[in-house]
Structure formats: structure tokens, C-alpha cells
Design a protein around this ligand. Structure first.
Ligand code: FES
Ligand code: FES
Length: 621
């Protein structure tokens, strides 16, 4: 590739570089010059994380060729503070809690700076419009909008600081249950990582760059279910820049272990597909090359011959006799718990409860898979350290889990693996699967060179495990006076083709389905079902969140059925300290009643005085 010279000023300093023609400004800034404050969230112009200012205008550095910037004045967030004093925008973002993982923050601040440079006193609508090209997955946009408005109102650091909100700590609750010497709770304290986020100095795993680093790209299954008849890598091996190609036979222990480490999950998934693929996107062959582009092009030259097999995508279809078997490890399309084909909770006599009820209501609730969509995609960079030791820089949310799993897969003692975590650019549970690290370490071991394996935006959205699709059937028996006397729930969790964390999620659901309510007769069955869909896994409260949605919609429907106020209906059934839960744990530290009392006041939703006088823990109240 032809080299071109490029000269520009970056944050006031002269820069001159020789770069490959076609290099993006984002790549040049991060990997050539070492300014890692612009981030690569999508590399396709949709997230705004790479935003910089070129000659006073906001530009996406991932879509800008570096060679077109000769003679330009470029500003990045790392150049905004002067002499250690934060720019008013940086100060305002910090004080308004407008940054969480921080991955979007440098780009947001760039967009805000261009707005304030052109429009010093913007309206709220103008702020919203100016930030509309920048995506934040974590923080919520309101604190960001408020930070920009605050910075606009003042150029002074101190005035910007004055906008911090105080939280109110209501000390009347549980006064006899705690020490009343709280100093930190209720006080606005800046996050310790915020200064790094607003200055662009926070180091994410991909901010590291090693000489001679290889790039790993996967050949993935185009089919939902197929037998692999042959794999031909001969053409791919000849592609310029290719250094190594890995197939299943290269992986020492070609099995993901995940939850086996805590005696829950089975060993039912391969690192690289061996003989069969069970979902569209499954990793089959790993290609390591000098550049990302060479790895991508070579991956397209790998020839895999498939025999397509019947697939099943619906949980109830998968459970029917004669359905295609998704995963031979199980021999059936559901996870076998020690309690049988499902997790079970049995409490009281549910049929007697239904027989005695004034009304019975059965409803079905369903959800689709939900992608975590972190702004920073999943990935790791591995550097060989000599003596057969490897340092893995990763954005995993499960550091020791990952170390232990990598050690088993690579059949390598854990003391040869040094894992370095740090700030994760948004995880939400999606970065707890051990997917990228073992194969990247193997690549580094077999080539003796650093290896980068980072999901593209398309891979993050299509390949990374989502929250499971769920189906919940709830049948409740309720009395005219508002008491729920029986609840029967059948829950289905769609694990996709492999277990990952789903058996654990379905198990959590079984314990959770009574909700925060005291019900004397309960029957719960939860199934973890295998289909030919993308394997699902952890996501914020997985196994519980969809169930909560279903339960609370059901509560509203029950209240409507008996003509009762929905909040008062919940007061009647709310569990209180000492109540026995269906899974036979006595209730301790309940606070639902107090929360509902506060919600009633805050929402101006009056309930009868007797409910406002109730207590979760005081006997008789
Ligand atoms: S818009 Fe450039 S990385 Fe997303
Ligand atoms: S703080 Fe905006 S994406 Fe995480």
C-alpha cells in the first residue's frame, strides 16, 4: 500500500506522519500518534464516539481519511483542559454525573464544544439536536443535556460546580434498624473514574497498541444448523498478510466450560465448531493476519462445505417430540436439572387455592432476545511475555472466571496467564461470557506475536449473546378482598444453541416468580430450552427482569378484575418481615411497603390511610 505524508496540528502541536494511503484519521490518531481519546465504537459513522473537531467543524474521524487533513487544525477531548484545569464542559460533565462507562464521553464533549462555539447560549432543543449523532448506552441523555446547558450558562469552573444536586436521605425509615452515622450516603460524590472519562485519559483495553500485533477475524456459520463436511483453508493461507489459521483441532481443550466452575453448567459448547454448527454466526475458523483487512479478506477465502439440517427456533416447538435435536450433548432440547426437566417450586396446595378463589386469571407473556449493545465492542489484546506467559488486556466483566476458563481451554497453568482488566466501555452482563480471550491467547502462543481480537459492530449486534427470549404463563387465584391465594407459573428461557448462563437464569426465575408478594399456594416450573438461535446469556437481572414485567402486568390485570386500586392491591399482598416465601426463605429486611408509600406520595397517587400506616417490619402495623 502506498505511503503518504500528512501534517496537521493536533491540539495546537505540529504533527507529521507517514501513513498508508486510505488510513482513517481515527486510526492515525490512536495508533500512530497515540491520542486515544477518540474511540471506535462502530467504525461506520453511527455512534459518534470518534468525534473530533477539524477546523472548527465536528467530524467523525472513522469516516475521515487522514490524508485529507493535511494543514488542518484538529482538536480532541484530550486537548481541552489547560494546565490541569478542566474545560467548563469537562467540569460540567463531571459534576452532572453525565458519564458512566465514559466510552462515549470524549465524542459527546466534542459535539457539545462545537455547539457552544457556534451557539454560546443554546436552547435545550438545540443541545438535543447537536448531540443527536452521539450515542450513549449507559448514562441516559438527561444528565448529558443538563451538563451542556450548565456549561453554557457559565464559563467559570466554580459556577459549573454549583449545579450539583443533593439527594435526600429520608431518615425516618428503619431508624431503629441502622446506625445513624451515615456520611457518604445522600451526598453527591464524583465518581472516581470521571476525571479520566472527561479528559479522554481513561484507558480501555483497545487503547493499547503493540508493535507487530496481529488481528484475528472469525469465519462464522452462515447456517442455523448444519453438519460441517469439510474445511479448506488452502486459498486463505496464501492471502497476503496471513500468518496463522486455526481450526477446532488446534484448540487444546475445545470446550467452553463457563458455569461448570460453579457446578451449574454443562460442557456443551466448542470454542471453534467441530463437525457441526448449531446457530448462525457460530465460530468455525480463526484467521490471524498482519492487518484487520487482510484477516477479513482471508476469512472470506476459507471454504466450508455444509450439509444444512432442519432447525428449530420456537421453544414450544423445540420441546415437542420429534423436534430436531439442537445439541447432542444434552440429547434433548432442555437442560436437565437435578430436579428433572425443569426447576420446580412447590408450596402449599395450589389446586386447592384455585378452587377456593373468587376469580382465576391465566395470562401469557412473551419477550424477544435483547442485545446489550455496549458502545465499546467485546474484545481483548494479548501480548506474549516470554517464558510461555501471556498478558491479556480484556474488557471482560468476569476476570477470574475468564482466567480459569482460559486456563482449562488452553490446558495451561493459570500462573502463566496475566489478565488485566480496567474500565469496561459498557457491559450490562454481555461481557461475562468467555468468548474472545482463549482463542486470542492461543493465537499469541502459536505465533509468538501480540494478537488483537475485537468484535466489529456487526458482530457485537449479531454474534454476542443477548438476553434470552422468555415465555411466562401465569395463573393466579384471587379473592374479592384482594388476597392472592394461589399462583402457578410456567416459565421458558430460550438458551439458544448452548447453555452459557441460561440454566442459572431459568433457576433464578423459579425462585423469583412469586414476586415480592406473600402467596400461600405456589407452583412453579421453569424450563431452560435449546433452540438454533444465538446463545443467550447474562444481562442485568437475567432470569428475573422479564418475569418482573410479566408479574407486574399481571398484578394490574388482577386489580382491574376485582375493581381495586392497583397500588392498594399490592399493599394487601406485599411481603413483610417474617413471612415465609415460596422457596422457604423467611422474609428479612423487606422494604416494599415503605417504597410504595414513597411512590404514592411522589406520584400523587393517594391510597387509603390504613396502607400509609403499614410497616414492613413493625408487628401489627
Ligand atoms: S461514528 Fe466513528 S466510531 Fe462510531
Ligand atoms: S457513558 Fe455513554 S456509553 Fe457509557
Amino acid at each position: 500500500m502506498a505511503k503518504v505524508s500528512v501534517q496537521f496540528t493536533l491540539n495546537g502541536a505540529e504533527k507529521a506522519e507517514f501513513i498508508d494511503s486510505g488510513t482513517t484519521l481515527l486510526h492515525a490518531l490512536r495508533d500512530k500518534i497515540g491520542d486515544t481519546s477518540p474511540k471506535g465504537g462502530c467504525h461506520q459513522g453511527t455512534c459518534g464516539a470518534c468525534s473530533v473537531i477539524i477546523d472548527g467543524e465536528l467530524r467523525l474521524s472513522c469516516l475521515t481519511l487522514a490524508e485529507t487533513c493535511s494543514g488542518a487544525a484538529i482538536t480532541t477531548t484530550s486537548g481541552l483542559s489547560e494546565g490541569g484545569v478542566l474545560h467548563p464542559l469537562q467540569r460540567a460533565f463531571l459534576d452532572a454525573f453525565a458519564t458512566q462507562c465514559g466510552f462515549c464521553t470524549p465524542g459527546m464533549i466534542m459535539a457539545a464544544k462545537v455547539l457552544l462555539d457556534h451557539t454560546p447560549n443554546p436552547s435545550r432543543d438545540e443541545v438535543v439536536e447537536a448531540l443527536s449523532g452521539n450515542i450513549c448506552r449507559c448514562t441516559g441523555y438527561e444528565p448529558i443535556i443538563q451538563a451542556v446547558l450548565t456549561a453554557a450558562r457559565s464559563n467559570s469552573q466554580n459556577a459549573a460546580r454549583g449545579e450539583s444536586k443533593k439527594m435526600e436521605l429520608r431518615k425516618s425509615y428503619f431508624a431503629d434498624q441502622r446506625k445513624d452515622d451515615l456520611h457518604e450516603i445522600g451526598q453527591p460524590r464524583p465518581r472516581s473514574d470521571s476525571p479520566g472519562h472527561v479528559t479522554g485519559k481513561t484507558a480501555y483495553f483497545a487503547d493499547r497498541n503493540f508493535p507487530g500485533m496481529l488481528h484475528l477475524k472469525m469465519v462464522r456459520s452462515p447456517h442455523h444448523h448444519a453438519r460441517i463436511l469439510s474445511i479448506d483453508i488452502s486459498e486463505a493461507e496464501k492471502h497476503p498478510g496471513v500468518v496463522k489459521i486455526l481450526t477446532a483441532k488446534d484448540v487444546p481443550h475445545n470446550v467452553y466450560t463457563i458455569l461448570i466452575l460453579i457446578q451449574i453448567g454443562p460442557e456443551d459448547e466448542t470454542v471453534l465448531a467441530d463437525g457441526k454448527v448449531r446457530w448462525k454466526g457460530e465460530a468455525v475458523v480463526a484467521v490471524l493476519a498482519e492487518t484487520e483487512r487482510a484477516a477479513q479478506e482471508a476469512a472470506a477465502k476459507v471454504k466450508v462445505d455444509y450439509e444444512v439440517l432442519p432447525a428449530v427456533f420456537d421453544m414450544e416447538e423445540a420441546l415437542k417430540p420429534g423436534a430436531p435435536i439442537v445439541n447432542e450433548y444434552h440429547g434433548r432440547n432442555y437442560y436437565l436439572y437435578d430436579s428433572g426437566e425443569c426447576r420446580k417450586v412447590r408450596f402449599g396446595d395450589v389446586e386447592a387455592g384455585f378452587a377456593s378463589a373468587d376469580h382465576v386469571l391465566e395470562q401469557t407473556y412473551q419477550s424477544s432476545p435483547i442485545e446489550h449493545a455496549p458502545t465499546e465492542t467485546t474484545g481483548c489484546i494479548v501480548a506474549p511475555e516470554g517464558n510461555d506467559r501471556f498478558t491479556c488486556y480484556t474488557n471482560t466483566q468476569a476476570m477470574f472466571f475468564t482466567l480459569d476458563n482460559a486456563s482449562i481451554i488452553l490446558q495451561m497453568p493459570g500462573n502463566r496467564l496475566h489478565f488485566v482488566g480496567g474500565t469496561v466501555g459498557g457491559g450490562f452482563g454481555g461481557k461475562v461470557d468467555v468468548i474472545v480471550e482463549p482463542i486470542a491467547i492461543l493465537g499469541a502462543k502459536l505465533t509468538g506475536r501480540p494478537v488483537s481480537f475485537i468484535y466489529s459492530r456487526a458482530e457485537e449486534m449479531q454474534i454476542s449473546s443477548p438476553r434470552a427470549a422468555e415465555k411466562v404463563v401465569i395463573k393466579d387465584g384471587v379473592m374479592k378482598d384482594g388476597r392472592i391465594v394461589a399462583r402457578k407459573v410456567t416459565g421458558y428461557t430460550d438458551a439458544g444453541a448452548y447453555s452459557r448462563h441460561s440454566p442459572y437464569g431459568a433457576q433464578k426465575g423459579a425462585g423469583h416468580y412469586p414476586g415480592p408478594y406473600t402467596i400461600p399456594n405456589v407452583w412453579i416450573d421453569t424450563y431452560c430450552v435449546y433452540t438454533n438461535r444465538t446463545p443467550s446469556s447474562a444481562m442485568r437481572g437475567f432470569g428475573v427482569t422479564i418475569g418482573d414485567f410479566a408479574l407486574e402486568v399481571q398484578m394490574d390485570k388482577l386489580a382491574r378484575l376485582i375493581g381495586m386500586d392497583p397500588l392498594e392491591f399490592r399493599f394487601i399482598n406485599a411481603y413483610r418481615d417474617g413471612d415465609m416465601k415460596a422457596h422457604r426463605q423467611p422474609t428479612e429486611g423487606a422494604a416494599l411497603i415503605e417504597c410504595m408509600q414513597e411512590a404514592s406520595r411522589a406520584a400523587n397517587w393517594p391510597v387509603a390511610e390504613k396502607f400509609m400506616a403499614m410497616s414492613s417490619y413493625a408487628k401489627g402495623a
